[in-house]
Write a protein that binds this ligand. Structure first.
Ligand SMILES: [Zn+2]
Length: 251
């Protein structure tokens, strides 16, 4: 077993037996891994803060295959994201972002870019200059693109027409569809031309630029509906964290 060092964002944690800990962490190179820290509760004198979900750790572990438990040797806390812990809504959004990344198929090289985006998004949650819904739309649009699920937004997914002034979003086909083709397609959602343009921009820009994009409430809500449905369809599951988040929403 090789000794390996990595960053890991804790997403789930539980004490194990008398003195040990088990946690699940998202890493930049290996996707989601399960870790076992034997005797770690004694070392930490019962202080569990480093294992609190949404904490970024540096971990040293004996690397085994992805399906197995990784045996921890050392940990150190890198970042605790206090901004995320401000209120239930910011914490729920952070958990939802991590959940989306956790559920994405493991894809080797893209892991690092997706991990970086996740950490950057966690750093920006709770920033008073940013709207949480805009942040959420920017993160989801970009994470889909990085994972290889980027939607077709420039041509109709049915007839390849480029005139898309009046269109809908076909989440099963993964892109925009003209109204003529939409009639014979299942699984489409309303998409105004303004929303389509905003969607294109969110994917084309850097994350930092996307965060500053000005979007009306109508666009943000339209995008939320499309992105959530598209993600559920692609991941083949309705994430529990999405449902928790929707219960905490003010709009
Ligand atoms: Zn068409």
């Amino acid at each position: 077993m090789a000794l390996t060092k990595s960053l890991a964002l804790v997403i789930r944690f539980r004490p194990y037996r008398e003195t040990s800990v088990l946690f699940v962490g998202i890493t930049p190179e290996y996707g989601t891994l399960h870790f076992l820290g034997k005797g770690f509760r004694e070392t930490l004198k019962g202080f569990m803060a480093p294992f609190e979900p949404m904490t970024l750790l540096d971990v040293v572990f004996y690397e085994r295959s992805r399906a197995q438990l990784q045996l921890l040797k050392e940990i150190s806390e890198i970042e605790h994201f206090p901004n995320v812990r401000q209120e239930a809504r910011t914490y729920a959004l952070a958990c939802h972002f991590a959940d989306v990344v956790d559920q994405l198929p493991f894809g080797g090289e893209r892991e690092t870019a997706i991990f970086k985006l996740l950490i950057e998004a966690l750093r920006r949650i709770g920033d008073p200059a940013l709207d949480l819904e805009c942040l959420s739309a920017a993160f989801k649009a970009q994470v889909l693109a990085l994972a290889g699920f980027g939607p077709q937004l420039y041509r109709c997914v049915g007839c390849r027409a480029e005139d898309l002034n009046r269109s809908r979003f076909a989440y099963e086909q993964g892109g925009v569809v003209c109204l003529k083709c939409a009639v014979r397609m299942g699984g489409t959602l309303p998409l105004s031309f303004e929303t389509l343009k905003a969607f294109r921009q969110l994917i084309r820009q850097s994350f930092e630029e996307a965060l500053l994009q000005k979007m009306s409430l109508e666009i943000v809500l339209g995008l939320r509906r499309i992105l959530d449905r598209f993600i559920s369809y692609r991941l083949e599951t309705d994430l529990k964290t999405r449902r928790v988040l929707s219960q905490l929403r003010v709009r």
